[in-house]
Design a protein around this ligand. Structure first.
Ligand code: SAM
Length: 282
C-alpha cells in the first residue's frame, strides 16, 4: 500500500490498484495478512496476502454463481458444505435454499470475525442461522476425516498458494468425492483463465479422476482482474449439468430468490466457454 493506493500483487507482470479512502482494519492472523479498506468504487474490500478476496459492490456476482448454479442444478440439496468462504457470502446465499444444514469449514477465524465486524452486509445474518454449522479448521483435513455426507460442496478458497494450496490437490478432490452423496456436485474457485491459464488443466485433470462430469462455467467478476472468472464444476451425475431451462425456471421461481446476477438463462449460458478456455482442458 502506498500513497493511498492498494496494489494487488497476484500476477507477476500485471497489477491492479484500488484507491483507498480509509484503512478500516489490518492484522497478521495466524494464517495470512488480512486488510479491510474503504474505496470510492467498490465500497469496503477484503484482501488476504495482498490478493483481493471480496468487495461490497461486486460480491453478488461470485456468491450467486458459486451457490445457485450447483444447488439449483442438484434440485434436492439438503446438506451443503462450504470450504473457505470466511466472508460469509456463500453461506448467506446457500441459506436462501430449502436446506437442512450448511457446514462451513474455514481455516481462519479472523476472516469470519473481521468480516462480521467490518463488512456486515456480506455475511448478513448467515452465521446466526440455526442451520449454520461453522467449523474452524483446514478444509483438506476436514474432508479427509469427516463422517458427514453432503449433496453440494462449494470450495470458496483463496488461490492455490499459502493455506489455499491444499484445496487444489488430487487428495482433496478424492476426499471431497468421498464426502458426497449420490448425485453430488462440487464447485470451486478456479481463477481467471486469461491470467492463470495453468489452473484450468491442473484442477480439471485432478477432478476428472473422481467425477463423471467435470468442466467449468464462467462469471464476470469486476474485481477479479483479467476477464471471465472460471468456476470449476464436478458432478457425479452428468445429468446435473443438463437440467432443462424449464426445470431451472421452476426451481428458481419456487424459491422467489432475489438475485442481481444469477438467472436460469445465465446459469445455462455460463457453461458455454470461450474457445481458449475449452482448449485448456487437455
Ligand atoms: N471469493 C474469494 C476468491 O475467489 O478468491 C475467496 C474468498 S474467501 C475470503 C477465501 C477463504 O478461504 C479465506 O477466508 C481463507 O481463510 C480460506 N482458506 C484458505 N485456505 C483454507 C483451507 N486450507 N481450509 C479452509 N479455509 C481456507
Amino acid at each position: 500500500m502506498s500513497e493511498g493506493w492498494f496494489e494487488e500483487k497476484l500476477f507477476p507482470h500485471v497489477r491492479q490498484s484500488f484507491e483507498i479512502s480509509r484503512i478500516i482494519y489490518r492484522e497478521r492472523t495466524e494464517h495470512q495478512d488480512l486488510v479491510i479498506f474503504e474505496t470510492p468504487t467498490y465500497g469496503r474490500v477484503l484482501a488476504l496476502d495482498d490478493i483481493i478476496q471480496v468487495t461490497e459492490k461486486d460480491e453478488f456476482v461470485y456468491h450467486e454463481m458459486m451457490t445457485h448454479v450447483p444447488i439449483l442444478a442438484h434440485g434436492r440439496a439438503r446438506r451443503v458444505l462450504i470450504i473457505g468462504g470466511g466472508d460469509g457470502g456463500i453461506l448467506r446465499e446457500a441459506l436462501k435454499h430449502d436446506v437442512e444444514r450448511v457446514t462451513m469449514v474455514e481455516i481462519d477465524r479472523g476472516v469470519v470475525d473481521m468480516c462480521l465486524k467490518y463488512m456486515p452486509s456480506i455475511p448478513a445474518k448467515a452465521f446466526r442461522d440455526k442451520r449454520t454449522d461453522l467449523v474452524i479448521t483446514d478444509g483438506a483435513k476436514y474432508v479427509a476425516e469427516t463422517a458427514d455426507r453432503f449433496d453440494v460442496i462449494i470450495v470458496d478458497s483463496t488461490d492455490p498458494m499459502g493455506p489455499g494450496e491444499v484445496l487444489f490437490t488430487e487428495a482433496f478432490y478424492k476426499n471431497c468425492r468421498r464426502c458426497l452423496n449420490a448425485g453430488g456436485i462440487l464447485v470451486n474457485q478456479n481463477g481467471v483463465p486469461f491470467m492463470q491459464p495453468s489452473e484450468i488443466p491442473m484442477t480439471w485433470k485432478r477432478r476428472r479422476k473422481f467425477f463423471k462430469d467435470t468442466g467449468f462455467y464462467v462469471a464476470a467478476v469486476p474485481s477479479y482482474y483479467g476477464g471471465f472468472m472460471t468456476l470449476g464444476w464436478a458432478a457425479l451425475d452428468p445429468k446435473s449439468r443438463a437440467v432443462s431451462p424449464a426445470v431451472l425456471e421452476r426451481r428458481f421461481h419456487a424459491l422467489r430468490l432475489k438475485t442481481k446476477y444469477y438467472s436460469p438463462a445465465i446459469h445455462r449460458a455460463a457453461f458455454a466457454l470461450p474457445r481458449f478456455v475449452d482448449g485448456l482442458m487437455r
